[in-house]
Structures are given as C-alpha cells and as structure tokens.
Design a protein around this ligand. Structure first.
Ligand code: PEP
Length: 256
C-alpha cells in the first residue's frame, strides 16, 4: 500500500535440508514465472535454515532467480567465543538481504527478551542485512491489554537506539494466530499495523515509517491473503506452515 512494494516472506522454521531447499526454490521460481508474477510489483523471499543458505545463494545467483532469501536469526555479536551463533557478517557474506529477528518461537523457546532483540536488530543493520522484526501478543495479553499494547511495546523496545531512517521490515504476528489455523481478521491486522507504523515514525522518523513494510503473520494461506493485502497498512505477509508448499506459497505470492 502507499507505494510500498508488497513483501511475501516464507519462514521455513526447522524444515527442508539443503538439498530439499534447492528443489523447493527452483520449483517456486518456475511456478512464479509460469504465473507471470510481476516481480516489480511484489517481492518474494524464503527464510531457510542456516545450513541451506549457501545452497540457496548459489542457486539464486547462478540462475538469476527472482527469489530473495534471508536467515531466521542472527547473533547480537560480531565474532568470537559464541558457540553455535551466526554473525551478521556471515549472513552478509552469503548475500542474505533479510534476517528474521524476535520470532515468537525464539522469544518463548529460547528466552529472547526485548533487550536481546534490540541488540540483534542493531547487529543486522550494522552488516546491512534488513531485520524483519517480529512482534505480537499472546491470547492472555490480548485479553488483558487489548490488541496493540504488547506489539507496540515490543517494537518500541526493538527500535531503541536504532538510527533515523533505518531500513527495517516489521512483522505483526499475534502468537495466538501462529500455527493455530485461526488467523486474525484483516481489520484486526490493520488496527495493529497502523499502531506499529506510528511507533516506527516516533522511533526512526516519518520518512522511514512511510517506507517500512509492515507484514501480517499467523495462519496466512491462499484463502485469506487477499483480505490482508487490501488493508492500507498491511504490506505483505510472513508465512509459516503454508510457505512449505510450493503451489500454496506461489498462490499467496500472487495474493490468491
Ligand atoms: C510464523 O511462525 O511466522 C507463522 C506465521 O506461522 P504460520 O503461518 O504457520 O501460522
């Protein structure tokens, strides 16, 4: 909406190994080309596991595929004694354009708090990798605080210390909608997306707010994507389960 290029992002989570990733990305690119997707009109990205990224990079570069890719997490640190961590520098070296930060599964299963999310956002930006900052409320938060309070607080914290005009993407993902089959309504997504755009304006400036893509995530599928894309403040989707099926993800990328 408002001149922002729609962004459809597929979060594979811990699914598809590097061989499967090659087959998937090839089939996805064919499907999108067959459907004559206008690649200037929509940006499509996949977020495979770390171990797939080199394969995806090689394939996308060799065949000039119109599919972007990114990682699902990044370390807050640059390098050193951090066993198991992956630095933003390594992601940049693999030409990752994006990295998901603060996904609810990392916040809950890996105890990531707002301070760590903010540090990771800065680490990504330092290496010129665009963070896809995930925020969202649980069902309990929704009952207790209403729809916007928790996502607004999480995004405010994530943008703490981030410079004006930073290149970011925001994903509003109500935790109760993730993997549940029960998506938010387009109107609910729009209400929170508008509140999040105001946070971006307050934190990093009005120009950045006008340019920032705000995605909705949580049980998106081909049958409900169109309603979200009609909302003025919703600029795309972060898709989990439905991103693992080439035909389904291709349909979502065409908003149908
Ligand atoms: C997600 O985990 O980012 C997500 C949106 O999952 P799903 O589409 O499966 O609800």
């Amino acid at each position: 909406a408002n001149g922002r290029v729609p962004f459809i992002a597929g979060n594979w989570k811990m699914n598809l190994d590097h061989l499967q990733s090659i087959a998937f990305v090839q089939k996805l690119a064919w499907s999108l080309k067959d459907a004559r997707l206008d690649f200037d009109g929509v940006e499509v990205a996949v977020f495979p596991p770390f171990t797939d990224l080199r394969s995806v990079q090689t394939l996308v570069a060799a065949d000039k595929l119109p599919v972007k890719y990114g990682a699902q997490d990044v370390s807050a640190h640059d390098a050193g004694a951090f066993t198991g961590e992956i630095s933003g520098a390594f992601l940049k070296a693999l030409d990752c354009e994006y990295v998901i930060i603060g996904h609810s599964e990392r916040r809950t299963l890996h105890m990531e708090d707002d301070a760590l999310v903010a540090a990771k956002v800065k680490a990504a930006l330092k290496y010129d990798v665009t963070p896809v900052i995930c925020v969202g409320e649980t069902a309990e938060d929704l009952a207790e605080h209403g729809p916007s309070a928790v996502p607004v607080a999480q995004l405010t914290a994530a943008l703490e210390g981030v410079g004006a005009g930073a290149d970011i993407v925001v994903a509003y993902e109500p935790v109760w909608a993730i993997g549940s089959g029960q998506a938010a309504t387009p109107e609910q997504a729009e209400q929170v997306a508008a509140a999040l755009r105001a946070v971006v304006a307050e934190s990093i400036g009005a120009d950045a707010a006008a340019a920032t893509r705000i995605l909705y995530g949580g049980s998106v599928k081909s049958g409900n994507i169109a309603g979200f894309m009609r909302q003025p403040n919703v600029d795309g989707a972060l898709v989990g389960g439905a991103s693992l099926d080439v035909a389904e993800f291709s349909s979502i990328s065409r908003f149908q």
